[in-house]
Each structure stands twice: as C-alpha cells, then as structure tokens.
Ligand binder design. Structure first.
Ligand code: GLV
Length: 364
C-alpha cells in the first residue's frame, strides 16, 4: 500500500541556516573549529552530561532532595524561580528569599534564611542571565557547611567568563551549559559534585524520581563509580561531546584567568559606551554586573520588541529582551566566549544607536 502521508516538502530542500551575530544571552556563535569537531564520526559512549542547563539543574535537585525535605532558593531572577518549581514538583518544602530584579543577597540575609528554614539544599545563580547579575559567592559555601546544607550553584551564564573557584568557595554542586561562554552547540551540560554532595546522594533513602537523571546510573555511565563494568544507561550525543571537548580545549589554550580578564575588560568597555549614549545599566552596583550578559534599562518611550527586531533585520544581530521578572524592563546583550571583543561591542553600540534613531518613539 502507498503511504497516506507524504514526506514534508521542506525536507526535500537543502537546509539553509543564515549566519547571524549571536549577541543575545545564548546560544552564542560557535567557531568553525568547534563545529568541525562535531562533524567527527559517531562512536560508542564517552563521558559527559547529556542535556541542557535545565537538565543539570533537575539532576542536582532530584538527586539531593527527597520528598518532604526543606529546600531554599535565592530568587533574584528566573533561575531561582525555576529551581524552586523543580524542587516543588518532587514534593520538597520550598522556601525562597527574594530580591528585586537586578538585586542580590548579602551573606547575612542568606545566613538568616539558612537558620530559619534549615534546608538540605541551597540554590543560587552565579550568573543571573535574566537580570544581568553576577552574584558574589565568597563565604556562602562556608555558611552552608555550618548549617549542614549543600550549596548548589548555577553557572550556566558565567563559567569561563567570570572568576569562580568551586573548591575554595565551598560549592557542592556546580553546573553550566555548553552554549554560552564555551561556544559549543547547545545540548551538553558539564556538572561537578563535591565529596559532601556525593555522600548525600549515595546515601539517600528513596530512589530519585527520574531514571534518566539518577546519579547512580550516571556515575556508572561516566565510569566514575569505581565499578569494573559499565551497564548501558542511555545513548549520549557523542558528536556534541566532541564539540564540547574542543570548546574546552580553546578555553585551555587561552587560559581561564585570561578569559575572565578579557570578559571583564570588554564588559567595562561596553558599559562605558552604553552610558555615553545615554542608556542606563540595569544593575546599579558595578561589581555585581555580569560580564557575559549585560542588561540595559529598556529605553524610555520605545517598544523594546521593535528595537530587537530592527537590530535583527537591519544588522543581522540577535539581542534579546528580558526574561521572567525582567520582561519589559531590559534589553539583554550577551558577549560570550569568542564573541567577547571590543570590535563586537562597537558593532552592537552602532546597531543600538541606529535603532534608537529609526525606531518609533512615543511622545511621553
Ligand atoms: C537563557 O538562558 C536566557 O538567559 O535567556
């Protein structure tokens, strides 16, 4: 019998992906060296993490928290909200501390909440890409240890672009995504666990709700559970791992500290340029500005959507509006990894100037 559903016409044409300057909060541009690494042949399993930053976030929460446990999340943007929702879904008792978008928490505020709620897990976003905040980390890990709580840090938008010292800062679980500063395609998420985290995870009473994210299985898959044999768990995106590996090699060649310094210098150059155009930075405190994703107060009298679409159409540059609590309040520009350069800053500033000249301004 003949097929009753014909193949979609679009699949009979070649795939055409336009080149774009990816200056939004991610994904960022992938250099050809990293793309080519992903064009290597598929082989059997190698080690790394399958999924995006969200998968890593769920993996961390699902494996450390059991139903009825107390969880505390710091909400100063969308990522704390998401972590709270994930913990709620598995029956945790979730409490939050909330700062206005663009703000952050003092260690005293965090300690007060740890002492009040006695959580087993405390979530904090190091790089809050929705609001442009780089959260200070010093001393928080030590507070978590004092309150017998694991310290979970989301570094999706910050790793490689801002200083971070997992061990010295007492971070128990740290994860990132491949598609931001690392400049690899989306779909893989490096994650790391402290000894304290492993003890908690491997001594839990109930099985995690997710089979796919069960670290007992994943530790075996990664070959780091000390067992001599590997049991099939899932088939990872092997060629995406090749690209991720190449992106890490690029970072190693530059040097982590050099990369941190470059992002900081380029961000400061960008911020000065924005202010000299009369635009305002959303994060008031300089030291809390994320060097990878800049939030600009949405220019008064303009429709932010018109600005982002004008810049996309006229300059082939992707920038974005706000996300979660920052929707309508900001424009977001990400200059991450290979995109973090003064030449790219000049390109974005030029595009913004042009947009402010040509987009419609209401007479308010
Ligand atoms: C996604 O990570 C975003 O910040 O938009």
């Amino acid at each position: 019998p003949s097929l009753s559903v014909l193949p979609p016409k679009c699949l009979q044409k070649p795939l055409l992906v336009p080149h774009r300057h990816m200056f939004g909060p991610g994904p960022s541009n992938v250099p050809s060296r990293i793309l080519e690494a992903g064009a290597n042949p598929v082989i059997g399993h190698i080690i790394h993490f399958t999924g995006t930053g969200h998968t890593a976030m769920e993996c961390a929460i699902f494996n450390t928290v059991e139903s009825g446990d107390s969880v505390l999340t710091a909400v100063n943007g969308i990522w704390g909200e998401r972590a709270a929702e994930m913990a709620e879904r598995i029956g945790a008792r979730v409490n939050t501390i909330v700062a206005p978008p663009g703000g952050f928490f003092t260690n005293a505020e965090i300690e007060q909440a740890l002492s009040k709620y006695r959580p087993v897990l405390f979530f904090l976003a190091h790089g809050e890409s929705s609001t442009g905040v780089l959260h200070p980390l010093d001393g928080i890990g030590q507070l978590c240890q004092r309150y017998n709580c694991l310290f979970l840090v989301d570094a999706v938008a910050s790793i490689g672009g801002a200083p971070l010292h997992m061990d010295q800062q007492g971070i128990d679980i740290l994860y990132t995504g491949s598609q931001k500063v690392l400049n690899a395609p989306p779909g893989t998420a490096p994650i790391s666990f402290s000894e304290r985290a492993c003890q908690k995870i491997f001594s839990r009473k109930s099985k995690p709700v997710s089979f796919f994210l069960d670290l007992n299985w994943l530790a075996n898959y990664w070959g780091c559970d000390g067992k001599p044999s590997r049991v099939y768990h899932h088939t990872g995106p092997v060629t995406a791992f090749f690209s991720l590996r190449e992106s890490l090699a690029v970072l190693v060649e530059e040097g982590l500290e050099n990369s941190w310094e470059r992002h900081q210098k380029v961000a400061e150059y960008f911020h000065t340029g924005l202010e000299s155009m009369g635009l305002k930075l959303f994060v008031k405190e300089k030291k809390a500005r994320l060097p990878t994703v800049t939030t600009i107060v949405a220019p008064h009298g303009y429709d932010w959507k018109e600005i982002t679409s004008y810049i996309m159409k006229t300059h082939n540059i992707e920038i974005s509006g706000g996300l979660g609590p920052s929707v309508g309040l900001v424009l977001r520009v990400g200059l991450m990894g290979c995109n973090s350069s003064k030449a790219n800053v000049d390109m974005v500033l030029g595009a913004l100037k042009d947009a402010l000249k040509h987009c419609h301004k209401s007479k308010v």
